[in-house]
Design a protein around this ligand. Sequence first.
Ligand code: HT7
Ligand code: ZN
Length: 851
Amino acid sequence: PRVTRREDYREPDWLVPEIALDFELDPAATRVRAALKVTRNGGHDRPLVLMGDGLEPLAVRVDGKDAAWTMEGPDLVIALPGAAHRIETEVVIAPERNTQLQGLYASGGILCTQCESEGFRRITFFPDRPDVLTKYRVRMAAEKARYPVLLANGDPVAQGDLADGRHWAEWHDPFPKPSYLFALVAGDLVANRGSFTTMSGREVQLGIWVREPDLAKTDHALHALKLSMAWDEKVYGREYDLDVFNIVAVDDFNFGAMENKGLNVFNSRYILADPDTATDWDYDAVAAVVAHEYFHNWSGNRVTCRDWFQLSLKEGFTVFRDQSFSADQGSAAVKRIEDVRGLRASQFQEDAGPLAHPVRPDSYIEISNFYTATIYNKGAEVIRMMATILGPEKFRAATDIYFDRFDGTAATCEDFVRCMEEAGGVDLAQFRLWYSQAGTPRVSATLAQDGGKARLTLKQTVPPTPGQPEKAPMVLPLKLKLFGRVTGRALCDEQLVLLNRPEQELVFGNLTEPPVLSINRGFSAPVVVETDRTPDQLAFLSAHDDDPFARYEAMQQLMLDTLTAAVRGAPFDHGPVIEAVRNTLADTRLDRAFVADAVLLPSDSFIGDQMDIVDPEAIFRAREALRRELATALAGQWRDAYEANRANRFEYSPAAKGARRIKNVALGYIAASGAADAPALAFRQFEGADNMTDRQAALGTLVNGRSDERAAALAAFYDRYRGNALVLDKWFQTQALSTRDDTAEAVEKLAAHPDFTLANPNRARSVIGAFGVNQRAFHHPSGRGYRFVADQLLALDRINPQTAAKLLPPLGRWRRFDAERAARMRAELERIVATPGLSKDTFEQASKSLD
Ligand code: HT7
Ligand code: ZN
């Protein structure tokens, strides 16, 4: 397959200032007529190349006359004599046969589009690249009874009825946009409507469109949308710009959602929420994704990307914006802890494996494979570091310059960094390495006391990654502080150190007591920090640090050091962890949600990430042993925490969420203690819960065990929710995540369940995706887990290559496992690569994983 390289970027040969699209919608055969105004860009004589994917031109006219054209592979090529022409094309496509869910497709009777990254070329011939900005007029007609609602980008301008039970609507979008932001939807939908008055006093009509039975589950999304609109005005000075903002929820979607101009299309999983069907995690995710897509209206739509190598320009920045928004809605500390947990689980793993790539990649085979944790989450960390270096006022001044200067254009990461330099008065030349170098930097920090002085030595290394064997030192903004071990008082103010050399030394004076180092506070840099802090010092910080993230981190490090020692067979002592957890549980000043995060042990896979060769069974055993010890040593405290937060009628507030969280963590520990009444307790919670958070947590606890209640809960859950696809996904997912030793076998049965289907990405991910991150089960020594994932992935590749390719990375981590497992994993990768007709999506992931 062809490789696209960043260095080959060339301006488009032809621009398209305007397009008029006319859709005769029909699931089996939709006729698409396009009229493009094209203008030659510069003094060349190259023909017009209109990209297509699986399209056949039924008519091609230039300036009103039939014209000569050729096909070059999937693309339509027309030689044009002048500087400006009108091109008309006509094609017929079949949305109901579109299982890839790219382009125009059908989902549960709704016709909808997904064009990012390269789906527009599956609808009509067009220069389908993000630096061609066009004004769109869209007319669509469809059978009125089946598709009473017709939506597109921009503002509605006209509608009417036709003969034969059909009707039509016309929409104009006044903002020039790239083709990836095009959208239309036709369906039998109803709206939860609202309005928002912008800061300049314009009223915007809001609509969350769903199928009628789901209407009652849309209030949370609508509320989140209004909060997001107000937040972007207040924090970034960004106002919405059209008269309407519509969101449509569909069940079949390759991703979370899509920011199409004025018409966001969402995976229904990130819109629908009510207490009976959505967990607190789901509620938070709905608000975060609604905010994310809304924020794209400026960071992505008004200012878009010049080419797909700049993807993090919109995605990293928008994730940073949505994370800041969510932090402002509740506990910022808890949000930061969760974001870092997510970053470590997905991005650090990606950066350490065969698919590692820079935040601004240099090449790709299939761009869909680059919607990764590196582009999104590491990209957000890169923006966060610049915000930290500049400080809030200068950062805001920089984003103002960025939005004003590049409004209506397709920009680059370099453009963004220059705005930061200009407003911040800083030189970010070396900082730019964050965009070009892959790999997670490692910092070692050692603190040596010498009388009233302490010397801190910081060293950095950046590990080699595919194609980048040698790395230059980076700029690492590290917030740090010293605390006195005796009094617990701060021995200095917090400092921001920019570590930009391989090694740097800092000296602290006037010390009156032994210092303890608090470093990378707030996770100011996305790096791995290794320190020589003792278990006693970590336990001390977990109780005294005034930065909540550093406090959490000290506890995690203490747990991790204990667990990795146990796995390696080195001497270890559970005592300090037990004492630290005891103290944290007893500290009534702490937010319950924070306590719940702090007392959770690192996951199996995060423990594995610390080892050169991962031994899944040894890790599982060590973690279970510590869990059991914590559970029994603190049995009374877990019971107290459970009881204190038990009488909890559903309310969606930070306090109520925190109470549910600590209660459910406590339930897990009660079960881990082996208490005889634990299954009954969990089952009672399962049956009596008035919300999905408590019900699913109880189910999860039971599913990890072997009680009679397990089967009863699974059956009851299935019976209650069999008609609700999103909740049924939880039923599948909870079983695929089970820590039991028979999970590999169980998922094979799940895949044969009548409700399992690969055609729905959420369902596929709920089994194959969840199983792939279940370290113990996926790495079953027999290799059956690998075979299962490879079989499913190959079957899915024929239906939906984008979704299939995203499930491959767990198989690519073979270098981290013992020789036998590695050989089995490689064998599956080789089988995948050798499969005839494999998509380029899966080919790229699998072949890179074998290199
Ligand atoms: N910008 C959106 C990306 C997206 C996407 C990418 C590939 C294939 C399908 C997709 N659906 C949406 C989502 C976002 O980051 O906001
Ligand atoms: Zn995005």
